[in-house]
Design a protein around this ligand. Structure first.
Ligand code: NAG
Ligand code: NAG
Length: 501
């Protein structure tokens, strides 16, 4: 228990020796872990490396959120019940549609209620589609080459949509256009949101370009040198986000690309070379558990639930079978950041039970990490479920971001929040007889105007002070990033963060 000698809270620390789960651990590593997330490696996150999307600039990708405004009626298109109407002065939820990209020019168009825009006789309607949309829900979006936000839509009957009256849109305009406002087949398209994840990059570049692009990325973004760098800087583990399609490597379902499994295999070897540990983290579950780009969602809806449990357990089973005998394996995380209330607690617990059992069929040693739900959820909601399970860890993610209050606070206030509120949050989930605790994501990035990298260094120090109480450990996010404060490599090189063993 070498880590205890340096621990400021000697009392709390000495309790650890009575925890059977720690006594039982193999002798070659100590808890708590000091880990780094290898984000944007095997699961794409565009914001962390925007240049990966350079070849797709100006294109409509999967999940683009769009609004259509008739230039003649000067009203927005709206999904109203089973109808498409064109009578709204302002655009919000019902007037916003999400694209599924079929090709550069062909798309399915999904409304706010998850139904698709379709063609019925000559009318454009909202069609309930179970499974994959068909030709009648597929539209060509033709953009004016000189003014790309001016478009026409062509339905599967080869005719153009037109907004003749506010109460209906029909696909019966046959002919050319001069792209003028008074042409009822012309719409202005507002692009109000988008995603840059694995789905967008693979389906955007397509099967001729995506495989090589991603393999180059996997080979170059993280190398053995990085493991050496981490190990020499007192990092003891990596948390590696993976996507569900890794279980189908080398021929995953489209548009995903094979090869991430080979990269993960090599990461285990590199970790073993430097006596580091690997946490395999199922970051992108089938159907998407949180609608974020990093869940590899197609369009930003959370679809994961009861009907996806079997498929997700199969992925865990695959990972456990493949890595159970690798000495670097320390834990498998069953799912990153399920979002409440879309992901229901009952479904999640049902899945966590089966996922836990799947790991235990292969190994009694590996820890099983359960991510708390994001959003409105009780941080202790998994505690009853985990009673009686062995080597279970609760993962929480702490960011002074994504909430306007942090923007309004200066450095001292942000740091104060760590020492008081976060310390309190972490104590609540760090219980003597409970599961181990893990701050599986945190960063030195700050949100207030004028925050400097030096500020971030001090902020990181405060977080290390507090998060070292997590009994399983913590994991910085991330190792590499376009933004320096999100890159532990950069912050260490700049001398602004030091990881103390
Ligand atoms: C792991 O190693 C054990 C002991 O050598 C062996 O019995 C087991 O079959 C191995 N598991 C897998 C999935 O290879
Ligand atoms: C690693 O931790 C030890 C012990 O706290 C410390 O002395 C050393 O400077 C650290 N190494 C680096 C590279 O930060």
């Amino acid at each position: 228990m070498a880590h205890c000698r340096h621990h400021p809270l000697v009392l709390l620390c000495s309790l650890f020796v009575f925890l059977p789960s720690i006594l039982a651990q193999t002798a070659d590593f100590n808890l708590p872990l000091r880990a780094i997330n290898l984000g944007n490696w095997l699961v794409t996150e565009g914001w962390m490396m925007p240049s990966r999307f350079d070849g797709l600039i100006g294109q409509l990708l999967d999940g683009a959120q769009v609004q259509f405004k008739s230039t003649q009626l000067k009203k927005f298109m709206c999904a109203e019940g089973a109808n498409i109407v064109i009578n709204r002065d302002r655009a919000a939820g019902w007037e916003t549609f999400r694209l599924w990209r079929i090709s550069d020019t062909k798309f399915n168009i999904r409304a706010f209620n998850k139904n698709f825009v379709g063609l019925k006789d000559k009318k454009i309607v909202i069609a309930e589609v179970y499974g994959t949309p068909s030709a009648s829900e597929t539209f060509e979006i033709i953009r004016n080459p000189n003014r790309p936000n001016r478009v026409r839509l062509r339905a599967s009957n080869e005719l153009f949509l037109q907004a003749k009256t506010p109460t209906s849109v029909t696909a019966d305009y046959n002919g050319d256009t001069n792209w003028n406002d008074n042409d009822p087949s012309i719409f202005d398209i507002n692009i109000v949101g988008g995603l840059q994840g694995e789905y967008q990059i693979t389906n955007g570049y397509g099967p001729s370009t995506a495989p090589q692009l991603l393999r180059d990325h996997w080979n170059n973004y993280i190398t053995e040198q990085d493991f050496l760098f981490m190990a020499t800087n007192n990092v003891t583990a990596v948390r590696i986000p993976v996507g569900w399609w890794i279980a189908y490597d080398p021929t995953p379902p489209k548009p995903f690309v094979g090869g991430s499994l080979y990269a993960l295999d090599r990461a285990f070897t590199w970790a073993e070379n430097y006596r580091m540990k690997v946490i395999v983290d199922l970051h992108a579950a089938p159907g998407s558990q949180n609608a974020e780009s990093h869940s590899a969602t197609r369009d930003g809806f959370v679809e994961w639930g009861d009907s996806y449990i079997q498929e997700t357990v199969k992925v865990i089973e695959f990972l456990a079978a493949r890595y159970c005998n690798r000495s670097a394996l320390v834990a498998i995380e069953l799912m990153n950041e399920p979002r409440a209330p879309d992901v229901k607690l009952n479904d999640l617990i049902g899945y966590y039970r089966l996922g836990y059992e799947a790991v235990r069929r292969y190994t009694m040693d590996a820890y099983v990490i359960l991510s708390n739900r994001l959003g409105p959820a009780d941080p202790l909601e998994l505690f009853q479920f985990v009673r009686g399970l062995t080597r279970v860890v609760i993962d929480v993610h702490y960011y002074n971001l994504y909430d306007p209050k942090f923007k309004q606070w200066n450095l001292q206030q942000n740091i104060g929040y760590i020492y008081v509120d976060r310390e309190n949050d972490l104590s609540k989930i760090t219980q003597k007889r409970g599961p181990l605790s893990f701050v599986g994501e945190w960063t030195s990035a700050l949100d207030f105007d004028g925050a400097t990298k030096e500020d971030s260094g001090r902020f990181a120090k405060a977080q290390q002070d507090v998060y070292r109480q997590a009994t399983f450990g913590w994991a910085y996010r991330s190792y590499k990033c376009h933004y320096d404060t999100w890159s532990l490599e950069q912050m260490i090189e700049d001398g602004l963060i030091k990881i103390v063993a």
